[in-house]
Design a protein around this ligand. Structure first.
Ligand code: ATP
Ligand code: MG
Length: 578
């Protein structure tokens, strides 16, 4: 793979900042303890093990930052391993996309790219070993019967009538399962543990099922496939992983993983569980995200409204902003939901430092400056980034006909509206004071054009006589500005915790109909003509925007990454007051 697919990846090498030492305290103390007792010969080796059945989302970013970050911090290694044990759901499209996203986030697996399917033979050998030790058996019960025999949290399980098959018979049947003699679902291999265990995972879990399905990597070599519970711990063991960091729902699978590794007597990583990331106003399960894509509710995995890494990239989030978010939220043991405003805050902080300021008008209203010479054009100096003066200045053209924002004018201004109104004077950024002298309306009574006068003495934005104006507006020169399409985004869901998304009806009732607004006849500064895909800007007073992938020379398309107003600052203030 080309490991540098994204031209905007500004900072691929910063792979050590993904975690906050204090907030990963419990993980670090386990690792420190293991280092001090020399449990793994001083090694720290982690892995990120995605299942290639969808695109990565911001929750995965948390796990990526954690695993690669821990490895970097302890001068260890982190593998990328595709957990491709389920032949039905995996697609090679996902594999490439996952690699691209991890690389873009700024992490490098070097030469350690692995596939669980490469271990199928080894896993099979391990299964034979368990059968020979009398620790696994072939069962003919149907899936429904197995469920029934399993019992519940409050009732014990029941032994299968096949549980006491002889080792010879088990070996024979298991080999014939592999050879393809039996139909899908007709038999399984199960671990022989304890049907009375209070932990349901220990009640003779299934290790192999028959599935006559072609696998993207092993093709038709196998017609039995390992279950997740059987395979996952073995994968970590085979790769000599020292610390298997996973999400909380696997906590009560740990005794099972431990049991398998102990019975086999093979390398035994330390599993450590942490809480998965949930984000408000969105969903994080790949199954639900796939539904949004397949159902056409969004325009693909990289729709800028999606919580996927590629969606966020297209929306204009930088890898540094995502890493900074993961660092701030930290890692803990309790499931909770993080406010999406915090993510946007991190994005804004990052863009504030790095974005060039430009002027753009989203809903144009024409302004004619009556006393400005008709054919004159002045090139005025505008500051590129007040946060970074080394970014310099640029020229913006000023002429008799301009556009301002429709929202910046009110014919009958309400209290506290200080922007343009009949008879009122305001400042045009980097230019002059202008005063509205006439309002032109169409036959429907809508305001279509304003006439103003300007004061030449206020060039650069201040009046020599000291008179003040109460607002400064952004604007573009009508003759020079370029037409552009601008896409504004809001949360994908209206509910903080979208629930019950199983039917299309329910899904629809949770979706935010305002999540995408397309404005087709916006006007932007000339300097944006040659802007590259994904390059980002602050449109003054409007927010941070980036150039969409659909942008061409003939059609400019921008996405609003985030508006300027920081909801998070407000939420924080309110939290502090409480
Ligand atoms: P999903 O529920 O989205 O399908 P998953 O756990 O099935 O997620 P995997 O591809 O198996 O997805 O995930 C790879 C790694 O990412 C796992 O180690 C998992 O623990 C971690 N991960 C997945 N979702 C989250 C999340 N929301 N927060 C933190 N880590 C996550
Ligand atoms: Mg998973």
């Amino acid at each position: 793979m080309n490991k540098n697919p994204m031209s905007t990846n500004r900072d691929n090498q910063h792979n050590t900042e993904g975690l906050n030492s204090e907030r990963t305290g419990f993980i670090r103390s386990i690792i420190c303890e293991d280092l001090s007792t020399d449990k793994y010969g001083g090694r720290v080796h982690t892995r990120f093990p995605p299942e290639p059945n969808g695109y990565l989302h911001i929750g995965h970013a948390k796990s990526i930052c954690l695993n690669f970050g821990i490895a970097a911090e302890y001068k260890g290694l982190c593998n990328l391993r595709f957990d491709d044990t389920n032949p039905i759901k995996e697609e090679s499209e996902y594999i490439e996309a996952i690699k691209e996203d991890i690389w873009w986030l700024g992490f490098d697996w070097e030469d350690r790219l692995y596939f669980a399917s490469d271990y199928f033979e080894q896993m099979y050998e391990y299964a034979l070993k368990l059968i020979k030790a009398g620790k696994a058996y072939v069962d003919d019960l149907s899936a429904g019967q197995i469920r029934e025999y399993r019992g519940t949290l409050t009732s014990p399980g029941k032994n299968s009538p096949n549980r006491d098959r002889s080792i010879e018979e088990n070996l024979d049947l298991f080999e014939r399962m592999r050879a393809g003699e039996f139909e899908d679902g007709s038999r399984v291999l199960r671990a022989k543990i304890d049907m009375l265990s209070p932990n349901l995972n220990m009640r003779d879990p299934v290790m192999y099922r028959i599935l006559h399905a072609s696998h993207p990597r092993t093709a038709d070599k196998w017609c039995i496939y390992p279950t997740y519970d059987w395979a996952h711990g073995l994968e970590d063991s085979i790769e000599q992983i020292t610390h298997s960091i996973c999400t909380l729902e696997f906590e009560n699978h740990r005794p099972l993983y431990d049991w398998f590794l102990e019975q086999l007597g093979i390398h035994h990583p330390q599993q450590i569980e942490f809480a998965r990331l949930n984000l408000s106003y969105t969903v994080m399960s790949k199954r639900k995200l796939l539904k949004l894509v397949k159902g056409g509710y969004v325009k693909g995995w990289d729709d800028p409204r999606m919580p996927t890494i590629c969606g966020m990239r297209r929306r204009g989030y930088s890898p540094a902003a995502i890493r900074s978010f993961c660092k701030i939220i930290g890692v803990n043991k309790f499931n909770s939901t993080v406010d999406i405003a915090l993510l946007e805050h991190c994005v804004r902080e990052d863009l504030n430092k790095t974005s060039q300021r430009v002027m753009a008008v989203l809903k144009p209203l024409k302004v004619v400056v009556d006393n400005y010479p008709k054919d004159q054009v002045e090139q005025l100096d505008a500051i590129n980034n007040p946060e970074d003066l080394s970014a310099g200045t640029r020229k913006v053209p000023f002429s008799q006909e301009l556009y301002i924002e429709q929202d910046d004018f009110m014919e009958k201004p309400v209290p506290k509206f200080y922007r343009l109104a009949p008879g009122r004077e305001v400042r045009l950024r980097y230019a002059y004071f202008v005063k509205c002298v006439n309002v032109i309306k169409n036959s429907k009574g809508e305001v279509v054009e304003l006439h103003c006068t300007y004061d030449p003495a206020t060039k650069g934005g201040d009046a020599p006589d000291g008179r003040k104006v109460r607002s400064t507006l952004h604007w573009v020169s009508a003759a020079h500005a370029l037409e552009a399409e601008v896409r504004l985004y809001e949360n994908l869901f209206t509910k903080e915790k979208p629930d019950n998304l199983d039917t299309d009806e329910n899904l629809k009732s949770n979706l935010n109909p305002q999540s995408l607004k397309i404005l087709k006849s916006c006007r932007v500064e000339t300097s944006l003509a040659a802007a590259k895909h994904l390059s980002h800007y602050q449109f003054e007073r409007l927010g941070y925007f980036c150039v969409d992938m659909e942008n061409t020379e003939n059609k400019l398309v921008f996405n609003r990454t985030v508006p300027l107003r920081d909801r998070w600052a407000k939420i924080r203030k309110a939290q502090k007051k409480r």
